[in-house]
Write a protein that binds this ligand. Structure first.
Ligand code: FRU
Length: 514
């Protein structure tokens, strides 16, 4: 759990939520109905128009994304009561194309008096034959410190792993009476015990669990089961080294790895972990239950966390991530909504084993009016086209290709009609390890001499997702509402090869509030 935005969650808020039902049927919209909230959210210019987010209130991690019978199902951490973290449920949305989403009823709610009474935390979905099976972490406040596995300075939670199955096409879920993994391995001191990732291996199921060892570092615990119900702890899949910080919350120190996701990609395996507010990838070899990391990096240098993958209809590996807020909690509490899901990103590995990502081609279907500038045009024609170009409704895709010049920054800006600043982006080869920038957020973008830089920016209300050469990404939040359409400024256009700008069409009429 990332404590910064969640500190003010009050214990007990969740108790009133789910009225004793094993499976909650309360629609997501219910929260948006009172006091015209839905119409306010539908008109909020900061609220994205083509990213998935709940009708109202708070969301965080993607949970158990799965493509089944021609439909994409996305579940995610959701607070039905407020636009701040707390009282975690699994919300549910469906899509035919990973782009246009429809809200469904809440999928899994805490069971009062149950092992998940204080929260249905993150997890995954696997197919047990024909039976969709969700495996997730349930939390419950404990008075007994010895049972507590989540201590972040605010909560004293016991975490156990729960299982629920659906017999009606992922709409309602029936939980087992008892957790399937009740406590950490005997004698092991751990910093956390959550967010299972399950896969099939031969005749067994394997389960990777986010954890860590105090002052030693993060760790992923590996379990095995013949039937998804009885689990044997094997050993760590991978262990990290402590960052040596004294943070109260072990996640902030890097001593707790949340949300593991483990999968084959190309001829290697990839492990994703979330810690210290960032998602890290590691690629390497997996054999005999041990993962040897050979290369590693950061998935996204911005506001992006708790990523999880699935296979799409063509068996591409698709990455989803939670886009947190960066504004003060009082502001998103007042706004009535908080956070969004990233666009789907297709993952591949470079020949060296570095993670590469591209926004899924399905997103192209949202493109509206198009403006292009390229090197076949005269300088005058380019200048004229750029001067006339406007981005309306904070909803656009922008692509720029340019040849970097040694020692010289390439920059471009989005500004309002009267030059009010909105966002500025730059690539500076001299800034080693921090070559790419959007506003005040930097990312590494090493580019071999003589190679072009290709930038792709998706602007959607307060969300900006920036991709560079398929190798680096920054998700930025911008809470400025410009008074007019945005124009693009390019102070140094000489090395621009091309610029493409599309208006992006919204995925719903009302910013997904219905
Ligand atoms: C990551 C996380 C997970 C946990 C969930 C709770 O953002 O802290 O570790 O399962 O969020 O909402």
């Amino acid at each position: 759990m990332n404590s910064i935005s969640r500190r003010s969650f009050l214990l007990g808020v969740g108790a009133a939520a789910s009225a004793g039902l094993l499976v909650s049927r309360s629609p997501l919209l219910a929260a948006a109905e009172p006091a015209g909230l839905a119409s306010r959210l539908a008109a909020d210019p900061l609220r994205p128009q083509f990213h998935l987010l709940p009708a109202a209130n708070w969301m965080n991690d993607p949970n158990g994304p799965i493509f089944l019978n021609g439909v994409y199902h996305m579940f995610f951490q959701y607070n039905p009561n407020a636009s701040v973290w707390g009282d975690m449920h699994w919300a549910h949305a469906t899509s035919a194309d990973m782009v246009h989403w429809k809200h469904q009823l809440i999928a899994i709610a805490p069971t009062p008096g149950g092992y998940d009474q204080d929260g249905v935390f993150s997890g995954c979905i696997v197919m047990d034959g024909l039976l969709p099976t969700a495996i997730y972490t349930g939390v419950r406040t404990t008075a007994n410190q010895a049972d507590a596995t989540l201590l972040d300075g605010v909560h004293v939670f016991q975490e156990t792993q729960g299982l629920a199955i659906s017999r009606d096409n992922l709409q309602t879920w029936q939980k087992t009476a008892a957790p399937i993994i009740e406590r950490p391995p005997a004698g092991m001191a751990i910093t956390g015990f959550r967010d299972p990732c399950v896969w099939r291996e031969g005749n067994n199921w394997m389960l990777a669990l986010g954890s860590g060892v105090p002052k030693k570092g993060g760790a992923i615990l590996l379990y095995r089961s013949p039937d998804l119900h009885h689990w044997t702890y094997l050993h760590p899949l991978l262990e990290g080294a402590s960052k040596g910080s004294d943070a109260i919350n072990p996640v902030d120190a890097g001593d707790m790895w949340e949300c593991p996701d483990f999968f084959p990609l190309g001829d290697r395996h990839v492990l994703l972990i979330s810690t210290m507010g960032k998602v890290f990838w590691k690629s390497g070899k997996y054999a005999a239950g041990r993962f040897t990391s050979e290369r590693e990096g950061m998935v996204d240098f911005g506001s992006y966390y708790a990523a999880r993958t699935m296979l799409d209809r063509n068996r591409n590996r698709i990455l989803w991530g939670w886009i947190p807020e960066t504004r003060p909690e009082a502001e998103h509490r007042a706004a009535g909504w908080a956070c969004a899901m990233s666009l789907p990103r297709v993952l591949t590995l470079s020949p060296e084993g570095d993670l590469r990502m591209e926004v899924a081609g399905e997103v192209d279907a949202l493109r509206g009016s198009h403006t292009r500038l390229d090197s076949a045009m005269s300088a005058v024609a380019r200048q004229k086209t750029l001067a006339a170009l406007r981005i309306r409704d904070l909803s656009a895709e922008l692509q720029l290709e340019f040849m970097p010049e040694p020692g010289r920054e390439f920059a471009f800006e989005l500004r309002g009609e009267n030059d009010e600043p909105f966002a500025s982006m730059a690539y500076n080869p001299a800034n080693s390890g921090r070559e790419l920038r959007i506003n005040k957020t930097f990312a590494a973008l090493p580019v071999a001499a003589g190679k072009p830089v290709h930038l792709r920016l998706f602007l959607d209300g307060s969300v900006l997702e920036l991709f560079a050469n398929s190798q680096s990404s920054i998700t930025e939040r911008v809470y400025t509402v410009p008074k007019s359409a945005l124009k693009i400024l390019l102070p140094n256009p000489a090395h621009l090869k091309s610029l493409d700008c599309w208006q992006i069409r919204p995925i719903s009429k009302d910013r997904l509030t219905t």
